[in-house]
Structure formats: structure tokens, C-alpha cells
Design a protein around this ligand. Structure first.
Ligand code: MN
Length: 209
């Protein structure tokens, strides 16, 4: 059991939230950005290393323009299985609200990410459906700094046109907008109930080997 997940597990009721508790799956180099309609809508950037997802809450979300520096607040490590989580966290639970997988793919740190975190500057490449190229997380330093506040910045590339728009805002898994997640879950349950009414199959599929 990963020592990194203690805070994550302490904050959640495993019998009430559909979120994964972490079974030690391996997803080397995976990254995910989830759009999370909690008390406040935000995006969660998660990068896999040491077998967990290091996480930052990005209130305004990533932006392709290097001039748009986005606040990214470091949060507790999440289990790697979280990279697949899309659904509804029930009312009263930690992070209650809707969540979609907004982007996912592989990330590659430039240099040792532990050193980067220590130094307060993490340079990395993202290979997602939406997010591509080089990005930096820079720790905000100074007297009033919390120690958990970073800035997420797209690195400038040659030929980059400034002032471009944002990203498509739907799930790369289901195509759903974050607001549509509960209705979809409800509809799936309805269909399941209708299928149950039809009854069990007369022959076991196993018998047809
Ligand atoms: Mn969140």
C-alpha cells in the first residue's frame, strides 16, 4: 500500500464515493486533466510518478497561450486508477460534484522531477489529445507564499501565434460536458433496470464454449 495515499484515503469514505481507493495499478508516465464541478469549477492536473498521481488544482484550466499563466494549487496525491475516473462524487463527500476526463495521455519530465519539485521548477512534455508540447510548473515563492501554489505555463514555441482560443471542453472518454454526467449515469441505470426486467438468459453463455 502506497504511503503517498494516506491523505487521499483519510479524506474519503470508500463506501460512499465511487472514486478508486488505489490497488497499486501501474500506469507509468500517464497524465490526466479532469474537469471537476465541485463547489467551484476547476481542472485537476495529475502527473504519474512514484506510482501515484501528483496533483494540482488549476482553477481556470490550462491555456495554450504562454502569456496566460494559470494558478495551480498542489493537492494530495491520487491513486493512478484515478486517471480513468469520470462520474459523480456524492453530496457530502470530499470534492462532491461532477467530473470528466478532460484530457489524458503520456507525460515526460525533462530531468529528474523530484529535483524539479525541490527547485520549484518542473519542465515537462505532454502528449495528450488536447495538451501537447512543453509546459512548466513554477512554484510561487515569497513571504506570503503557501508553498503549494504554482503557475502552469505553456512554453513558447517558434511560430506560436499568440492570442489563440482555449480548448474543446468535453470529455475525451465519453464526449460529455461535465454538467451532463449525472443525466448520463441516470439514463444508464434506467436502461439497466429495463434489461433486468427482461429476465436472465436461459442458457449460460459459458455453456457455449
Ligand atoms: Mn478537484
Amino acid at each position: 500500500m502506497s504511503k503517498f495515499l494516506e491523505e487521499y484515503r483519510r479524506k474519503r469514505s470508500p463506501d460512499r464515493t465511487p472514486e478508486p481507493m488505489g490497488a497499486g495499478a501501474e500506469r507509468p508516465g500517464v497524465f490526466v486533466v479532469q474537469k471537476h464541478g465541485a463547489t467551484r469549477m476547476h481542472y485537476d492536473l495529475r502527473l504519474e510518478w512514484d506510482g501515484v498521481l501528483k496533483s494540482w488544482a488549476v482553477p481556470r484550466g490550462p491555456h495554450p497561450d504562454p502569456a496566460e499563466k494559470r494558478l495551480a494549487m498542489q493537492t494530495e496525491d491520487h491513486p493512478v486508477e484515478y486517471a480513468d475516473f469520470e462520474g459523480v462524487i456524492p453530496k457530502g463527500e470530499y470534492g462532491a460534484g461532477r467530473m470528466i476526463v478532460w484530457d489524458r495521455g503520456q507525460w515526460r519530465p525533462v530531468g529528474d522531477p523530484r529535483e524539479g519539485v525541490k527547485a520549484g521548477k518542473l519542465l515537462f512534455e505532454l502528449k495528450g489529445f488536447k495538451l501537447k508540447g512543453m509546459w512548466t510548473l513554477v512554484k510561487i515563492k515569497g513571504k506570503s507564499a503557501t508553498g503549494k501554489d504554482w503557475l502552469l505555463i505553456k512554453e513558447t514555441v517558434a511560430g506560436h501565434v499568440r492570442g489563440g482560443g482555449g480548448f474543446d471542453d468535453r470529455s475525451i472518454l465519453s464526449g460529455l460536458d461535465v454538467h451532463e454526467v449525472p443525466q448520463r449515469a441516470q439514463r444508464l441505470e434506467q436502461v439497466r433496470a429495463e434489461c433486468v426486467k427482461l429476465g436472465a438468459p436461459r442458457t449460460s453463455p459459458r455453456g457455449e464454449a
